[in-house]
Unconditional design. Structure first.
Length: 234
């Protein structure tokens, strides 16, 4: 890991150490899940570390990810979890990334507009509830991206939380099952359906509580000030 950047918010060394440990133990975790996931190989971990590094740069520069002029940054987060920063990998995935961009902006019944509208309508909610709600908006059917929704969603949650002084979300050996099994349930819910009306509220409460209870401040270097210069409350 490179030397800390000016204004660094996330402890990228601690995040990398946790993800490397998870990589070692993931086969046994995967066997315990209700729905098996793809293996957590070194390239996936490396791409996630690149994603956290990008989130940290957004936080350090006080970039508003949800501002209309910045929505393409969601696409960059998704490209990072799929391809990392490798230009060759991105060239090979060019058609997939182009299709993802079309889906991102134009998906009927979903797309980035749905995510941003939910976030804007819930700005008064706690950061835990906002992070949970955005995560569910990304994962519920139709998913925001063609691939990598869980990983990109974890990075977006981390951005929302750390922007208000809360620790980012990092998948660990200890929290993996409690996070991954309910996440699978989210992908089975169609946005704006009767089932969504019944189940989404419960899942938002679950994930908000999960994020708050599993928050680990070792993943923060410093807390960003909230509007008005006041540090975010823990």
């Amino acid at each position: 890991m490179s030397a800390p950047r000016s204004g660094q918010v996330l402890d990228l060394v601690a995040i990398e150490a946790t993800l490397r440990k998870l990589e070692i133990h993931f086969p046994e975790i995967n066997r315990s899940l209700k729905s098996r996931r793809e293996s957590l190989d070194p390239s996936i971990v490396a791409n996630m570390i690149a994603g956290y590094d990008f989130v940290d740069s957004l936080l350090a520069q006080h970039v508003d990810l949800f501002a209309m002029g910045n929505l393409m940054l969601f696409l960059e987060l998704n490209a990072l979890v799929l391809c990392g920063r490798d230009e060759g990998a991105r060239r090979r995935a060019a058609s997939h990334l182009a299709a993802t961009e079309l889906r991102f902006y134009d998906q009927e019944g979903g797309g980035i507009r749905d995510v941003v509208e939910w976030y804007t309508a819930h700005r008064a909610d706690s950061p835990w509830r906002r992070a949970a709600g955005v995560y569910i908006s990304i994962l519920s059917e139709p998913e925001l991206f063609i691939e990598g929704n869980h990983r990109t969603g974890a990075l977006v949650m981390s951005y929302i939380l750390a922007r208000e002084g809360r620790p980012p979300f990092v998948l660990t050996v200890e929290n993996a099952k409690a996070y991954l099994d309910p996440s699978t349930l989210v992908t089975q819910i169609r946005k704006h359906s009767l089932v969504a009306l019944i189940r989404v509220s419960k899942l938002k409460r679950y994930f908000a509580k999960f994020l708050k209870e599993r928050a680990d401040r070792r993943y923060l270097v410093a807390s960003l000030p909230r509007a008005g210069g006041r540090l975010a409350e823990s």
